[in-house]
Design a protein. Structure first.
Length: 219
């Protein structure tokens, strides 16, 4: 779904997670969320139903509901991705032996890199990659809960939500759970701006974790 919907979702997720972890009273948090969520939902409904310029978004929703009905048109990318994932099986076809990336799956090195990983390494490789993401997210939340410094806490939570939402939106898109949005897979998809932003975010979190460890030593 074009119009940088993926970037909007990431921004909302970061702001929402930081808001929930902040020291603002719960009543005020609820008011802020309600005042922002309701207009956003109304805007989305308006653009999907009444704005003729956004018919492509409705088309992408239709593709998600029945991708193989549109496999020769708008659903080609999604059906190719699903086929690639299914071909992997338990152990995959071996590194470099993927079939769908050889001209069948458009731009496999970008948003669809996980389908290549799935086909070549199978379920085992998929679980390994997810375990690495899970470890990073778990560590970020652990240190966010250990520190009493509110700024450090919000940095960890913001980075974790930024990474988690990218992983979720990307994997949900290529597996047909939600429409494709163009969000890359952190540290694996090709793209200079994506790699740079993720590297900066992880660097900030690592620096904060080092500070938190120093705080614990001095106590």
């Amino acid at each position: 779904m074009q119009g940088d919907l993926g970037g909007t979702l990431l921004t909302v997720a970061i702001i929402g997670s930081i808001l929930l972890y902040s020291e603002i009273k719960n009543k005020i948090k609820l008011q802020i969320l309600s005042f922002t969520a309701i207009p956003m939902l109304l805007y989305i409904c308006y653009t999907l139903i009444f704005d003729s310029k956004n018919l492509y978004r409705l088309k992408r929703i239709q593709v998600v509901l029945d991708p193989f009905k549109y496999e020769n048109g708008d659903g080609y990318q999604l059906t190719s991705a699903l086929t690639s994932i299914a071909n992997g099986g338990l152990f995959g076809k071996g590194l470099g032996n993927g079939i769908l990336k050889r001209g069948y799956l458009p731009e496999p090195h970008t948003d669809f890199i996980f389908t290549v990983i799935s086909e070549e390494t199978g379920l085992i490789g998929v679980l390994f990659v997810l375990a690495i993401y899970g470890f990073i997210l778990f560590k970020g939340l652990v240190y966010a809960n250990r520190t009493e410094n509110h700024f450090y806490k919000l940095i960890c939570v913001g980075v974790v939500s930024y990474l988690f939402m990218q992983v979720f939106i990307n994997l949900a898109g290529i597996s047909g759970l939600i429409p494709l949005t163009g969000v890359t897979l952190p540290m694996l998809s090709y793209g200079g701006s994506s790699i740079m932003s993720v590297s900066l975010a992880l660097g900030a979190m690592i620096a904060v974790i080092r500070k938190i460890k120093q705080e614990q030593i001095t106590k």
